[in-house]
Design a protein around this ligand. Structure first.
Ligand code: GLU
Length: 598
């Protein structure tokens, strides 16, 4: 999404941008969309040029990484409303340069107090709902954590108020932005569901169809909601009028009397209450921590499985890769380690997994134990079994089923001139969330609770990710900060459901093992092995690496158009930044630095 090109320098100033300082904005007022920016003074990378420009502007005016991250995130809630926004949740990872420490905020959505492990079982027939039936319902919405995350991050580490941080985004919502092909496609993909709801179709199907590319999308309701929150604080969202509207939407979905098109399922109301919203609490888990090739890798702990899965896979690669490894060996180990880590994640990791288990999964000893499964000359038959936590050798447990999640989210990476770093992944789960815009408020509700397993997936073993009262569904989000000698070396994250884990892992392997520069590591074709028969891959990955991987016994599932939409920053000696976003995936992202290196 881009700010409408017709905007003049004057109107950009009213949006809060500094129009005189390239490269954030080009002459015509359209933020420049560059996937790579190299320089000094601070850096921002998001999927969207407007959000990146807003974040950069905050850095330029003396704001720190947290101030810039929140302002950019609020803007993504406007321009990337199908992947993020105050109706959802996420995970915020922060490196504090002064304290030299990494902290996290768990702003994951939370199930209603009345949820049970049968939450997604249809009482009429005792069977799990179809995914789409569960998603487009009030049942899928958990109490959102995004707004509380922004407020808390600013309070703890920022220098600006929430009101100030929401202001540029409110202006973008009010003045509008130009619809691009990605935005239009997201609406088109959701048109059948949006057409069922008065509020969603009014905002996103003007005249009965998705907005045309190049038209201006405005969201005055969201602008007003941001301003109301700025004025009254987050209480209005969690306990006040907005809370009432969220609960009203969940319990009485705004189904149109004359739905457009057909929707195959009944639209079920949910059970989220005002008490659930009022009772929402952030968590502050210690980050996961593991070592890889002399670097220290910090990630997100439960309820995300991202930190443990990325850390475990890296440990397996480190333990298993022969010193004489070829590039093919490295790719082979990346895929095998990923499958093994997914088997363990699916079996053991959920919101309530004991810390001792998490510690074990991310330990070098466990990595070595799991690496013994890998045969350099032959791919493992998938699915592989999870490892036995009480065993000492290779796996003895029985295989569990594969588990999948949705495919949409957004990610941003910000660093400031003082050395602070934010890696933040946030989402409303599926692209379009539960597809219900809260009437009069301009934001979509999440369907995050469909990240729970609807029914047990692990055979006779307990499933760690069944729904429960006040429980948070397991996530794959993997905001990751890598330190070298205690200082930031790399920060990265991505959307993509369960493929988030493999995208983050693959970018790390590309950069650290395969000798790529960071922009090359980001652009390289992606493949994802999540412990199922075939590798899910982009066609370019299959074409490029298939000839060396298939002789080892790797097989490929049907191609996918793209995996992930990552952002990353590498920290160079002398205080410089290499900020990167996708050159092509999801329409390309936007990286920027305060002082470009010329
Ligand atoms: N809901 C997913 C998770 O928490 C993220 C959705 C996505 O990125 O597509 O892991």
């Amino acid at each position: 999404m881009r700010i409408l090109p017709a905007l003049t320098a004057l109107s950009l100033t009213t949006l809060g941008f500094v129009v005189t300082s390239p490269p954030a904005l080009a002459g015509g007022g359209t933020p420049v969309k560059e996937p790579t920016a190299i320089g000094y003074g601070g850096a921002v990378a998001t999927v969207d040029a407007t959000a990146t420009a807003v974040g950069l502007d905050v850095l330029r005016h003396g704001g720190n990484a947290v101030d810039a991250a929140v302002a950019a995130a609020a803007t993504l809630g406007v321009t990337e409303p199908f992947s993020s926004g105050i109706g959802g949740g996420g995970f915020f990872v922060y490196y504090d340069a002064r304290k030299r420490s990494v902290s996290t905020i768990d702003g994951r959505e939370t199930a209603p107090a009345t949820a049970t492990d049968k939450y997604f079982i249809d009482p009429a027939d005792g069977l799990p709902y179809d995914f789409s039936e569960a998603r487009v319902s009030g049942l899928s919405t958990g109490a959102p954590g995004t707004l509380a995350t922004w407020e808390e991050a600013l309070d703890r580490w920022g220098t600006r108020s929430l009101a100030a941080s929401l202001r540029p985004a409110a202006r973008v919502a009010e003045q509008g932005f130009e619809v691009d092909a990605t935005f239009r496609q997201h609406v088109a993909d959701n048109a059948a569901a949006f057409g069922q709801f008065t509020s969603s179709r009014e905002l996103y199907l003007p005249g009965g169809a998705p907005p045309a590319v190049g038209t201006i999308q405005r969201n005055p309701d969201l602008a007003a909601t941001y301003r109301l929150i700025g004025e009254l604080g987050t209480g209005v969202f969690y306990r006040g009028a907005v809370a009432g509207d969220i609960v009203g939407t969940v319990q009485h979905p705004p189904v149109a009397a004359d739905p457009w098109g057909t929707w195959a399922y009944p639209i079920r109301p949910g059970v989220l209450t005002r008490a659930d919203l009022a009772g929402y609490r952030l968590r502050f888990p210690a980050p996961t921590r593991s070592d890889y090739r002399g670097l220290t890798v910090y990630g997100m702990s439960t309820p995300s499985s991202g930190g443990t899965a990325v850390g475990e896979a890296l440990n397996i690669i480190e333990a298993g890769l022969p010193t004489s490894a070829t590039a093919t060996d490295k790719l082979h180990h990346y895929l095998e380690a990923s499958a093994l880590a997914f088997a363990d994640r699916n079996r053991y990791v959920g919101a309530y997994t004991d810390r001792s288990v998490l510690k074990k999964l991310i330990s070098d000893r466990w990595g070595a134990q799991r690496a013994c499964e890998i045969d350099r000359t032959k791919a493992l038959v998938k699915p592989v079994a999870p490892g036995d936590l009480n065993g000492s050798g290779c796996a003895t447990a029985t295989a569990g089923g594969a588990v999948e999640e949705g495919q949409s989210t957004t990610n941003l990476t910000v660093a400031d001139r003082w050395g602070n770093v934010v890696e933040y992944t946030f989402t409303i789960e599926a692209t379009g969330g539960n597809t219900m815009v809260v009437p009069g408020r301009g934001f979509l509700l999440n369907n995050e609770l469909t990240d729970f397993n609807f029914a047990p997936t692990q055979g006779t073993a307990p499933d760690p990710n069944l729904p429960g009262p006040g429980k948070r569904p397991r996530s794959s989000m993997s905001p990751t900060i890598v330190l070298s000698d205690g200082k930031p070396f790399l920060a990265l994250g991505s959307p993509g459901g369960a493929t988030i884990i493999t995208t983050v892992l693959q970018v790390l392997v590309n950069r650290l093992d395969l000798g790529m520069t960071l922009p090359e590591a980001m652009a390289a074709p992606r493949g994802s092995q999540r412990n199922s028969a075939g590798i899910q891959a982009e066609a370019a990955f299959r074409n490029q690496y298939g000839p060396v991987l298939t002789p080892l016994g790797h097989t490929f599932a049907a191609d996918v158009a793209e995996l992930g939409a990552a952002t990353a920053i590498e920290f160079t000696r002398g205080g410089g930044f290499i900020a990167t976003a996708e050159p092509a995936r999801r329409g390309g992202g936007a990286a920027a630095v305060v002082h470009p290196k010329r």
